[in-house]
Design a protein around this ligand. Sequence first.
Ligand SMILES: Nc1ncnc2c1ncn2[C@@H]1O[C@H](COP(=O)(O)OP(=O)(O)OP(=O)(O)O)[C@@H](O)[C@H]1O
Ligand SMILES: [Mg+2]
Length: 604
Amino acid sequence: MNPARRLLKYLLVYKGRLVFAAVCGLGMTGCTLLMTLFTGWFLAACGDKDVASNWLVKFGVNHGLFAAHDARMALVWIVAGLLILIYLPKGLFSYVNAYLIASVTSRVGTDIRGDMYAHIHSLPMRYFHKSRIGDIMSRMGNDVYLIQSSSLVVTQAIDGPITIVGGLARMFWLSWQLTLLALICVPMMAVSIDRITKKIRPLTTITQESLADVNATIEESITGVRIIKSFGMEEHEVKRFNGVNTRSLMAVLRYWRRNALVLPFIDVMGGVATAFIIAIGGWMVVTNAISFSDLGQFAVLAFVVAGAAKQFGRLSVVYQQTVAAGERVFEVLDTRSDLPEKADGVVLKDVRGLVEFDDVHFEYNPGEAVLDGVSFSIQPGEAVAIVGPSGAGKSTIADLIPRFYDVTGGAILVEGHDIRDIKTASLRDQMAMVPQETILFSGTIAENIAYGRPGASMDEVMNVAQAANAHEFIVQFPNGYDTVLGERGVGLSGGQRQRISIARALLKNPKILILDEATSSLDAASEDVVQEALDRLMKGRSTLIIAHRLSTVKNADRILVMDQGRVLESGAFDELVGSGGMFAQLYRTQFRSQEASDVGAQSS
Ligand SMILES: Nc1ncnc2c1ncn2[C@@H]1O[C@H](COP(=O)(O)OP(=O)(O)OP(=O)(O)O)[C@@H](O)[C@H]1O
Ligand SMILES: [Mg+2]
């Protein structure tokens, strides 16, 4: 469906309000046309025409309100009074109309943003690797705002045609010859406006894209401010931003060079038409083919109609840019999930915690194998550790279990069901993850811990914080659990954040626990305490532990040694050390030196 029709669907949700706004628009137009009629009377009273035929004058004279010889002055007074009378309802109509239209377009903007937000959260992980956050934000902000600010279009689309038709009808009635003459310019005007505004849509797209670039650059540099500062790259970043900012300005200027053409074009055409009306109309008055007051009224009407036509020209510009913004919005809304969910998917109940990898192959980018035939299982209640060099594919395995991505070969089974057959929400309900990078949200520490279970009581939050060895440092803050964290948890150390993250996972009380370097930011002493908590936590659950530290994997039931997307060895700690394979080698080089330093740290 084309973007204009889809936007219309959003608009039509508010049919009632729109109809009411249209009625008010009609009222405004009626008032305007009446005013032109009164102007005609006024001109007649002042000058050239016998006013005795005017029905108001007849009414006044017949009812003895004024004498026939006072009729002209009486009509002037009447017109002045009527003008005041007519402005009051016109103001009221105008107020209600403007408010209703703004309320509809603002609601439409809010609806679209809401739909986009919900849709983005339904999209798989892969989408977020491909898209820039600043671009998504710009579409939700700037493009939706552009759509929203098109309230002008809606207003004019409703009462513009009414004004034009009504005005023209009256003009025809006054002098059809002059009206036809005035209309000569219309086809030329329509063709040229069409040609000018056709370019508006692509130009708007370019403008919005460059604005998204600006947003994305700001977003990236603020997120990376620590790196920028540490490398002294402020100047470089400012230069980079200026480049993007200037490109955006150029795009906007190109757009405005086109946009600004529209109204002068209409003005010039209108000027030509006015010249015709003056020349021919003047000649008609001189030759008594039309009265002066009729010509005056005709001229006022022509102004009103030309004003409405001018707005129509603006409307075609706004229409084009709204559609351009709509296209960018619908691009997001049309992104399909590549993790299809089965309608009759399995809902997991009474899970014991069996996880199986059956010859799993996986690639992020086609042709680049990251996992190459991985098979293992985690029996209910078992703790399985994965070790291996950086880039081996450990975190990838962790991400595949909650189905952040689909495998490209083989299968992952939970409780014997292929996870592609399980309702994703139900699958993820069974597990908690302590990821390699801790993300905290703006909010209090308590809220952050309760994230996975919003209804949790304060006691429960404190219990898990104690278990995660976080309680001590939390209560040292003046506001304790109510300490507000910044967007990225600024104000907490890496180890403190990790402990909040562990507490969060503990509170969810899952059957399957995934720990990706969960204790990597802790010093040896803190790690021992958290490790104790984790050991307690791991009881009765299936756990996948990814770790570099010996102490973390030593107690695991089984250790898998990975390299380059394959499991090379597996077995218990002592078995692997004794076998003299890759693990034994890793143990000798990495773990032994670590153990020595851990021991050193403890004894010092
Ligand atoms: N989003 C992604 N897009 C493309 N490639 C990726 C993506 N994430 C990871 N990779 C690649 O997949 C491979 C495995 O990455 P993974 O994060 O699983 O390694 P890891 O074993 O957890 O390493 P580390 O110990 O450093 O955390 C790496 O070669 C990495 O470059
Ligand atoms: Mg990793």
